[in-house]
Design a protein around this ligand. Structure first.
Ligand SMILES: NC(=O)c1ccc[n+]([C@@H]2O[C@H](COP(=O)([O-])OP(=O)(O)OC[C@H]3O[C@@H](n4cnc5c(N)ncnc54)[C@H](OP(=O)(O)O)[C@@H]3O)[C@@H](O)[C@H]2O)c1
Length: 300
């Protein structure tokens, strides 16, 4: 038997329960991984709240989680590049809030020596989205990139990768995060009524990335770029749709790419806090504020 965190109805963290499950044998392309550290991401509480309920009206049950690091326990007959005992990073919506996870090998990357487990657990979902933002916008050394929510897990990854590519980055954040942004090489601005004037005082952006979602970032992006195609949002809403801001596309190799930036020292995940597995509700509540000071981890 193995523990999992499950929900049988949509709602807040209160609908979650910790329960035992029987772990099936892996399919030919699958691995069983014993998770050690799980990365908490906004998509987890959004799924628990039912953001995909049009696809699945009743969770049967749902198990949240898109990010984890653990040790391979078993491999399917056709799995070639992984073996029991190996540490791996998983970036899959297969439900990582569990002690043992059955996952297709295409969503698994070996944990390289030299990359700390906690850093690695912060890469799937958020840092990969940061990488995909930079890839989609084609950011290069002559760009001035504005990132809405630059101190968040997605935004700070996008900022570090853009800077590694030689770009100039302006990032919006609340004042408490301005020193952190400066430490990354980002010029900070406060989001809110003065955002547009403050950004234009620094430079005219050539591209804008929304690493938050919602009305404010969409309207500011639209005001700065008009119908300019070099914008993207990590969380599409009716506001970004109305403004014609494209959603994020994910290249197949995003996890490998982001692992390389982390190994090269170009990308560091800021860790806000960690919680034991049983304390999952508090971990999610911290993420739901959308103002956590970095990545939240769950530890088994
Ligand atoms: N498409 C994808 O693949 C993908 C993957 C991961 C995440 N996402 C989405 O990306 C968004 C960010 O995720 P995350 O993991 O980075 O979350 P996070 O670590 O909680 O960061 C959220 C950031 O948003 C900032 N923020 C909050 N309200 C804001 C506002 N009104 N204007 C500007 N900034 C604001 C916060 O800045 P301060 O604390 O400085 O106020 C915080 O740094 C979420 O909507 C998430 O669902 C998408």
């Amino acid at each position: 038997m193995s523990m999992r965190i499950a929900y049988y109805e949509y709602g807040g963290p209160e609908v979650l329960q910790i329960e035992d499950e029987t772990v099936p044998e892996p399919g030919v392309d699958e691995l069983i991984v014993r998770n050690e550290v799980i990365g908490v991401n906004p998509i987890d509480w959004k799924m628990i709240a039912g953001v995909f309920r049009h696809q699945e009206p009743h969770p049967s049950p749902g198990v949240p989680g898109w990010a984890s690091v653990g040790t391979v326990e078993q491999v399917g007959a056709a799995v070639q590049h992984f073996q029991p005992g190996q540490k791996v990073i998983i970036g899959s919506r297969a439900g990582s809030y569990r002690e043992r996870q059955v996952v297709n090998s295409r969503y698994v990357v070996a944990l390289p020596p030299g990359l700390a487990i906690d850093q690695a657990a912060g890469l799937p979902s958020s840092a990969v989205a940061g990488y995909s933002i930079i890839h989609q916008l084609g950011i290069a050394a002559d760009d001035v990139l504005l990132i809405h929510g630059a101190a968040g897990s997605v935004g700070s990854a996008a900022a570090q990768i853009a800077i590694a590519e030689g770009a100039t980055v302006i990032g919006s954040a609340s004042t408490k995060n301005h020193e952190f942004l400066r430490s990354l090489g980002v010029t900070p601005v406060e989001y809110g009524p003065n955002l547009l004037a403050d950004v234009r005082n620094i430079a005219d952006p050539t591209a804008v990335a929304d690493a938050v979602g919602g009305q404010g970032p969409a309207e500011a992006t639209s005001a700065l770029l008009g119908s300019h195609p070099r914008s993207v949002t990590a969380w599409g809403t009716r506001y970004s749709q109305a403004a014609g801001i494209p959603g994020l596309r994910h290249p197949d190799d995003e996890l490998e790419r982001v692992v390389k930036y982390a190994l090269d020292g170009a990308l560091t995940v800021r860790i806000a806090d960690d919680y034991v597995f049983e304390d999952v509700k508090r971990a999610l509540e911290a993420s739901m504020t959308m103002h956590a000071s970095g990545k939240i981890l769950l530890r088994l």
